[in-house]
Design a protein around this ligand. Sequence first.
Ligand code: PMP
Length: 360
Amino acid sequence: MSRFLSARFAGLEAYTPGEQPQDMQYVKLNTNESPYPPSPEVFARINGDEIGKLQLYPDPEGKILRQKLADLYGVTAENIFLSNGSDDILNFAFMAFCDETHGAMFPEISYGFYPVYADLYGVQAKQVPLQADFTISAADYCKNEAMVVIANPNAPTGLELPQNDIEKIIQSNPNHVVIIDEAYIDFGGVSALSLVPRYENLLVVQTFSKSRSMAGIRIGFAIGNPRLIRALNDVKYSYNSYTMNMPSLILGKEAVKDDAYFKKTLKKIIETREWSKKQLKRLGFTFPDSMSNFIFASHKTAKAEEIFEALRENQIFVRYFKQPKLENYLRISIGTREEMEALFAFLETYLQQENEKVID
Ligand code: PMP
């Protein structure tokens, strides 16, 4: 630890992202990316004139992409805040809406970055346990004195919280911002976007990293009441006017335009997910019924950590969280059908061998 690090950050426990090995061939099912590349229209733009003007600063307001998203979701550009991935949006939200006296609350089992942001800004975090079946009880989040953050569907469980529960939480916290992190909503969930016109405390956060196949370009956006969006902009312009680079704005707009491609890849991922659920069941796994592009699965006899290691040695990467309540689960991102077939072929042999060991 450097002696120059501010005392404010001593003891900070940073978020650990999933591995991104650069030097080997492997089946990558560990960070919930899309297994499909972005639309061909995106690639067609990469060498275009507009993107060539890199000597210029990008538009700090990101108008072209905000307007495109506004048209897509039937809101105005003033309802939209853009930033460098939804992590960046969440970061700005913690910065803008919380402080020493205004805390944050979120499920104890959820996206691991929430407690990190709380820690970073010295914000008191109330982490609410899930029910035994991993569901969220909406009543736990009603009438609390804190900003609420709910990932819907939740990560790493993949479970969706119904819209009426979401609305209850928003309604019962009129003096606090309620963030619905919809990183995985396109994979079959019901978005809270339709509630935005009715609730000035609702901020819906989405990303291009999963369903839009663009994790590498870093685009996140939030939709909310224009006053909330202005607050986020005030903080952003006090920090970095250009969180969105020019290629991201141009290529992001192109990705939104190709709606047919978006829907086609989404359909393939959902079909592969449903097929994968059947395979996992057949192999003796149980899991919450995921509405996302990953499945959080536990085996009835084999230990998750050992399966994780065995998969890793065979160049199949999934995510394992060595922490209480999660240590017997693997989070498996949905890849292509071929990638999932490779996973299940390996698991079939591995589990058979484990079974034989027990019998011996
Ligand atoms: N929210 C949730 C629930 C996530 O799982 C992730 C991805 N790890 C993010 C937000 C951040 O995604 P990104 O910054 O790539 O938009």
